[in-house]
Design a protein around this ligand. Structure first.
Ligand code: SF4
Ligand code: SF4
Length: 362
């Protein structure tokens, strides 16, 4: 049978197999996963809503969609090549633009929305979620933001509820959460962005990941983090879908400072010397004099995920546990660092703006 849905374009869209999501959760899950991959996801997994039982109210999918039965998680790889320019110290914006912000704000939402259309064309509701709401009521630790929002009625969360995407990826069976608190997929390790769909379709869930162990607590992430954001003496343990999962405590404020390339200092600085506001100078992991501007709303990742992503990826690749294999190892030269006390040495053929020469040429 084929039906035509109007209102979705000039000619409408032919709906093949309109009942595919209705009778058999296993067949419905197969159909949804096939579509997700065809639409551009690199991997896909499904969790049933029961796995979110006991979630904090501010992170509970049922607060958003009380009839939610399933959560679909789609993973999108960050290209290893998008980290190359930072590794070489010559090209930083690609990771933010194409590997981080671009996936989060452009490529992923398109795919997540298209799969949501597939579901809604078959009579079920789908909420596409490609990134965390900037309106979320809680901070990175989980505390309610001061001066934020209020619940609209007793028993409801304060808007916006935040579904933890890494936890969703875990509960949908897509991989592990490492000691870095990064989500690790068996395909790409830490090189992922994930998007989810909440839906009232009943879909057969995937098992929680129990493939080859990815995180071996090697500590490379913590050792290479320029902001010393990890506290290896403090482990956070949570119960996710009946499984105990742990990670090292992370100081998000320290990460937030170092992530953009800045270092906190009590040295007196002129406004010209400030990297990212008062009390900050460029760290040795940033070659920029000033913090570069944001790309796609966020993602000014000057640190280039030096610890949490690059160091972890190198460690996982060396152990041969990732499915995405490369002919050559990622780190090919000694890791660079900038000595801001030394005068820079520019290429011999670099051209400098010379006011006098420009006037003479005029
Ligand atoms: S770097 Fe090592 S300890 Fe850190 S998340 Fe990766 S595998 Fe785990
Ligand atoms: S993004 Fe950079 S500063 Fe933040 S945890 Fe990762 S390595 Fe550390």
């Amino acid at each position: 049978m084929s039906v035509k849905v109007m209102g979705t374009g000039v000619r409408g869209r032919d709906i093949v197999d309109p009942e595919v999501l209705t009778h058999d959760p296993l067949k419905a899950a197969e159909a949804v996963k096939k579509q997700a991959l065809a639409m551009g996801a690199d991997f896909v997994g499904i969790g049933n809503i029961e796995r979110w039982a006991g979630a904090p109210t501010q992170m509970d999918p049922k607060q958003i969609m009380p009839e939610c039965k399933s959560i679909i998680c789609m993973g999108f790889r960050v290209m290893r090549g998008s980290l190359r320019g930072i590794e070489e110290g010559t090209y930083f914006s690609n990771y933010s633009a194409m590997g981080y912000g671009g996936i989060t704000y452009l490529y992923m939402p398109m795919t997540v929305i298209n799969l949501s259309k597939y579901i809604e064309d078959r009579g079920y509701e789908a909420i596409p979620m490609g990134h965390q709401s900037d309106w979320r009521a809680i901070d990175n630790v989980g505390y309610l933001r001061k001066g934020g929002s209020r619940p609209v009625a007793p028993g409801r969360a304060a808007p916006d509820v935040m579904i933890q995407l890494r936890i969703a990826a875990y509960l949908c069976g897509c991989g592990e959460i490492g000691m870095s608190k990064m989500f690790l997929s068996p395909q790409y390790g830490p090189r992922n962005r994930v998007g989810i769909i909440l839906t009232d379709v009943e879909l057969a869930p995937d098992p929680i990941y129990n493939g080859p162990k990815l995180c071996n607590k090697c500590g490379a992430c913590a050792a290479a983090c320029p902001g010393q954001a990890f506290d290896k003496n403090k482990t956070i343990k949570v119960n996710l879908g009946g499984n105990e999962v742990e990670w090292w405590d992370i100081d998000c404020q320290k990460c937030g400072t170092s992530f953009v390339g800045s270092q906190v200092t009590d040295e007196p600085l002129t406004e010209e010397q400030q990297y990212n506001g008062p009390g900050t100078k460029p760290g040795e992991w940033s070659p920029f004099t000033k913090k570069p501007k944001n790309l796609y709303n966020t993602g000014q990742a000057v640190c280039g995920a030096r610890g949490c992503t690059r160091a972890c990826m190198i460690s996982l690749e060396a152990r041969g546990v990732l499915e995405n294999k490369f002919r050559d190892k990622f780190r090919r030269r000694k890791q660079w660092s900038v000595d801001w006390n030394e005068e820079p040495v520019y290429p011999a053929d670099a051209m400098f703006y010379n006011e006098v020469a420009v006037k003479e040429a005029d």
